[in-house]
Design a protein around this ligand. Sequence first.
Ligand code: SF4
Length: 212
Amino acid sequence: METLDMNSPMLNTTEEIREPWLTTKLEMIVNWGRKNSLWPLPFGVACCAIEFMSLMTCRYDFSRFGAEAMRFSPRQSDLMLVLGTITNKQAAVLRRIFAQMSEPKWVISVGACASSGGVYRTYATLQGIDRVIPVDVYIPGCPPRPEAIIKGTIELQEKMMKEGFKARAANLDLFYKSMERQQTLEETGMTSQQALQLMFREAAAAGQSRIW
Ligand code: SF4
């Protein structure tokens, strides 16, 4: 079989073309960078947070997914992991911390309590954090094992690779509009909790369970 000599003067190739190169979409390469450099903020309030502590040990090695740089400052984080039962009183705190995080940002709801209130079907417990903030991935379990959190993170990374910049921005716009509404209500003298309760009532009147 004849072998092609790339240096042959018969081939009309320039030096630049012989260098290795590739083509891709900007969204794809940016998303690839984002998915491999997540900075998690653990919002740990109950037993699910203990599973997260295991996840960060060398046995499970969360670093493999480029997400080991854990931060407790929202300004330095772009992945919120909600781990545990969120009460109605905590909902406003959760929203404020999410609002302060760097953009673009993502949320994983870890465990039954964060996703749906879990076994706490009571007036004091928020029946799912997606009522107050946008959620990207839900992880079932009570508590989910560290492997389940790893699976959830992989699901998020796959979602990030398919995501367009505009879709993510539109999702956050809805949330910021609801924050503006909350601030307007608080300026009338309401506490953040009272403002959220009123927003829940308004959403229910419109046939919705989410306030954003
Ligand atoms: S889902 Fe289960 S383990 Fe997790 S916070 Fe709720 S009760 Fe605790």
